[in-house]
Design a protein around this ligand. Structure first.
Ligand code: SAM
Length: 253
């Protein structure tokens, strides 16, 4: 997969891309990822990239021309047969794990980071295929959003997490939150790791973890249970759990 982030703050992106799992994925050629600075594409003497909005109003807007030319540069260098172009914006569809899974199968993704009051609508109309938000709040610029989105995509690409880590049982992968996890020591401040996890019985451990994932989801995000990937007996388990643990009249699901 090739990922390109169009930004006015290339150093911010470069610094983050050098580390951790993303840095390793890049080094081991699981992905090609780079940030491209929009500013050098401005066709004016002072490399100005923003201007006042027509019709008045507060703040400045990113101009269409530098973004469009930057995108053409990226496109001309590319050999990909298909490409999604994301504009990160508070007005977009709110990002989630399902979308990360969908985008992780793409050949090429380009992300446009806005700044100031945003971007001239005409370049959005011209090049963007997807408008994506990372939540209902307003950030100063799109860089953090682009990093959130690209990180969640990259870790789903086969090979990136390595054998020792896996996303298959992580929160949201089957519509549930993950079960609680424990590491050494077996007792910490009188709190003991559940016996079953020390039993070595993998089948029982798997069943226990699924139940714990359901309970965890029920308490923290009951809204997810409606659509979660759970079978009939697991549904019964939830019903029994609700009967045993919820007070009469309490609105739960
Ligand atoms: N005036 C814009 C509006 O009201 O929709 C907000 C502009 S915001 C100050 C500047 C830039 O930050 C946006 O162009 C966008 O790229 C990015 N941004 C801000 N909040 C975001 C969010 N929740 N998700 C994704 N990107 C965001």
């Amino acid at each position: 997969m090739k990922l390109t982030i169009m930004t006015l703050f290339k150093e911010t992106i470069d610094a983050m891309l050098a580390y951790s799992i993303v840095g390793r994925a890049k080094k081991n050629n699981y992905i090609a990822i780079e940030a491209v600075d929009i500013r050098p594409f401005a066709n004016n003497k002072h490399l100005q990239v923003d201007d006042y909005p027509y019709g008045g109003g507060a703040g400045m807007l990113m101009m269409a021309q530098p973004i469009y030319d930057c995108y053409q540069f990226i496109k001309e260098k590319s050999t990909a047969s298909s490409r999604r172009v994301i504009y990160v914006t508070p007005q977009g569809k709110v990002w989630n794990q399902k979308m990360a899974e969908e985008f992780s199968k793409e050949e090429e993704i380009v992300v446009l980071c806005g700044h100031y009051e945003g971007v001239d609508q005409r370049v959005i109309d011209e090049i963007v295929t997807d408008e994506i938000s990372i939540g209902d709040y307003v950030l100063t610029g799109g860089e953090l959003a682009a990093l959130v989105i690209t990180d969640s995509i990259i870790r789903l690409i086969p090979g990136v997490l390595g054998k020792e880590q896996s996303f298959e049982e992580e929160s949201f992968s089957d519509g549930l939150l993950e079960y609680p996890q424990y590491t050494r020591p077996a007792v910490f401040r009188d709190r003991k790791v559940p016996d079953i996890l020390l039993s070595g019985n993998h089948q029982k451990i798997a069943a226990y973890r699924k139940e714990q994932a359901i309970i965890n989801t029920f308490h923290k995000r009951p809204d997810l249970l409606e659509l979660a990937d759970i079978n009939k007996s697991e549904r019964h388990f939830i019903d029994d759990y609700i009967k045993k643990h919820c007070k009469k009249g309490q609105d739960v699901l």
